[in-house]
Write a protein that binds this ligand. Sequence first.
Ligand code: HEM
Length: 142
Amino acid sequence: MAAAAESAPMISMEEVRKHNSKTDCWVVLYGKAWDLSKFAKAHPGGSKIIFELAGMDGTAQFDPIHPKDIMDKLLKPTLMMGVVDPATIDPAKDVKQIIKKAPPPKKKAVAKKRRSDRGGGGLGQATNGCNAQHLRFRIRRS
Ligand code: HEM
């Protein structure tokens, strides 16, 4: 809300860092600090993701998923605690890195392929008491 932003106090990131718990959770989004302590529990994406950013700048995590003006629509203006002085934000400390999940290891795929190369019998047959695959394997080799 533009009016709220204009009258909001300028605060430092040092102040935001103090509000870093589940019961006192401020998160900076687009330069404004929001008290998300209560909202987090109702957040459709879960509370954990918000609490992990308590006392930090969460804009990088927030931006790809939400419309920029969603706070103004869903949060009370009184939850906007202040405009953060950008000079006080330390990206190394205040911004969490987005860690992309590593691709699944390729080794597993190779192991699967080798099992099926031996004549079809997968783990299912090996564990159901049928030794047919095993016998065929021995005959072919002798
Ligand atoms: C640190 C801040 C936040 C983070 C990291 C975050 C992250 C997320 C994530 C990961 C989802 C799930 C997306 C999915 O399942 O595809 C989500 C959903 C959602 N979030 Fe947030 N969120 C944050 C703050 C907020 C705030 C402040 C609001 C509103 C004021 C909000 C509103 C919503 C809504 C409405 C959805 C459901 C979207 C849908 O299902 O289409 N979030 N959020």
